[in-house]
Design a protein around this ligand. Structure first.
Ligand code: SF4
Ligand code: SF4
Length: 439
């Protein structure tokens, strides 16, 4: 069978060779830990500790602030130093719990372990919610809510997003290479919730070693299948992944569940395994530190709350000439003005770029080459939408399907005139969505 994919997309230099062969290194924090109360979509968590309290590793320090929210756990033992605003990786100041690490890593009693076959669906969902798991691919949507669709019997596919299509990032690749069994065990937990669903691992074909490992692990699992995807950006975007693996299409007015699908990324599924099978709350993740602006690119297992500068230092520090540091990948991530910010549940990578890789080109007028239209996976017309956005013409923007943009950046990437298409369309899209909500 040919490789599965979607229409449009681009083939950027993937830069993955810098870190892909670097095994995951466990990093223990040195300084204070900072836990933003908003590191997920939905209501901020509410602190349940106070300044001066002693806390243990794995102790809940903030509870969910509503149904669409998630609790937060301390990833170290120590003392609460403050609850105060702190810069998060997006650059916003967010109320955060600051904990002084005592270096003892004294653990709280975790949730009691029980065989999965003896757990009801409600118990499994309860554990996922209690563990504070959110979509760790970047979206941050509370996983318990995602796994609670109105009609669970109508879910046909649980799709593990193993594409990792963003250039440079290799955290999921290392997870799949080093502990693929945790991913498969996590999928088994999710399948317990959906009687009619099949588990699909969607992996780009630039990871043949991961495909081989997963195929071996699922060969006797009738409810699981590995699907090989064409290596193309943004293959891991939710809509593109669903289309490639199932042939089903969704648009901005639909949820994946409307097409009988649930999508979770690698790190999220491993966290589900840890919570349900081992009773451990969400406290850590693997983060890639890469780019030609850092001395030793690598992959680190790191506790939430760890200062990002500590990770960059563990990777040998910034090289002279490093001009830009990005949280996330180069296509969808955002530039950071400080590394004095914590690793959160959604931090997948720190990308350090030298002058050469930073786009210094000035935008010029559109030459109507049509490349952005060809590249757009949402089948919309980026050049026209950017014009509407620049003229603040929200009505035309919406009429011409501007809301279907997935903000992948493929149009900006291919544009020879270096127009800031994604930025213009993305910002108009946010405004239009906010106005739509108000109506
Ligand atoms: S218009 Fe949106 S979806 Fe289309 S290529 Fe540009 S950023 Fe991606
Ligand atoms: S790629 Fe750039 S120059 Fe070409 S049509 Fe699109 S906006 Fe215009």
């Amino acid at each position: 069978m040919g490789l599965l994919t979607f229409k449009g997309g681009v083939h950027p230099n993937d830069g993955k060779s810098l870190a892909k062969d670097k095994a995951i290194v466990e990093l223990l924090p040195k300084g204070n830990l900072v836990y933003p109360l908003s590191q997920h979509i939905g209501a901020p968590a509410n602190p349940i500790v106070q300044k001066g309290d002693r806390v243990l590793k794995g102790q809940k320090i903030a509870e969910a602030g509503g149904f669409v929210s998630a609790p937060i756990y301390s990833s170290v033992s120590g003392t609460v130093k403050a609850i105060e605003p702190h810069v998060n990786p997006t650059g916003a100041k967010v109320n955060s719990i600051v904990i002084e690490n005592d270096g003892q890593y004294e653990e709280a009693a975790y949730m009691p372990v029980k065989p999965i076959n003896e757990m009801s669906k409600e118990e499994i969902l309860g554990r996922i919610g209690d563990a504070g798991i959110v979509g760790m691919g970047g979206a941050g949507f509370p996983t318990r809510v995602k796994l609670s669709p109105k009609e669970p019997d109508k879910i046909d596919y649980i799709i593990a997003n193993c594409a990792e299509c963003e250039p440079y990032i290799t955290a999921d690749y290392r997870r799949m290479m080093e502990t693929p069994e945790l991913l498969v065990e996590g999928m088994k937990v999710i399948l317990k919730l959906f009687d009619n669903a099949k588990g699909i691992f969607g992996v780009e074909d630039n990871k043949p070693d991961c495909i081989a490992k997963l195929e071996e692990l699922v060969k006797d699992e009738p409810r699981m299948e590995v699907k090989k995807l064409m290596t193309k950006y943004p293959q891991g975007a939710e809509r593109q992944l669903i289309f490639a693996t199932t042939g089903r299409a969704i648009n901005s007015t639909m949820l994946p569940a409307d097409a009988g699908c649930v999508v979770d990324n690698v790190e999220t599924i491993i966290s589900i395994y840890n919570a349900v099978v081992k009773g451990i709350p969400s406290m850590e993740r693997v983060v890639t530190v890469s780019g030609d602006g850092v001395v030793n690119p690598g992959n680190y297992k790191v506790l939430f709350g760890t200062n990002q500068m500590e990770l960059v230092e563990a990777a040998g520090g910034l090289k002279e000439g490093c001009e830009k540091v990005i949280s996330g990948g180069p296509m969808m991530g955002f530039a950071m003005y400080t590394l004095d910010t914590p690793i959160t549940k959604t931090s997948s990578s720190i990308l350090c770029m030298s002058k050469d890789e930073v786009s210094a080109c000035k935008p010029t007028a559109c030459i109507n080459c049509g490349r952005c239209v060809e590249a757009c996976p949402s089948r919309i017309i980026p050049s026209r939408l950017a014009d509407f956005a620049e003229r603040h013409d929200e009505e035309s923007f919406v009429k011409q399907n501007g809301l279907e943009c997935v903000e992948c950046g493929s149009c900006s990437y291919v544009c020879p005139a270096k127009r800031q298409l994604k930025q213009a369309i993305g910002s108009m899209r946010k405004t239009a969505l906010a106005n739509k909500k108000k109506k």
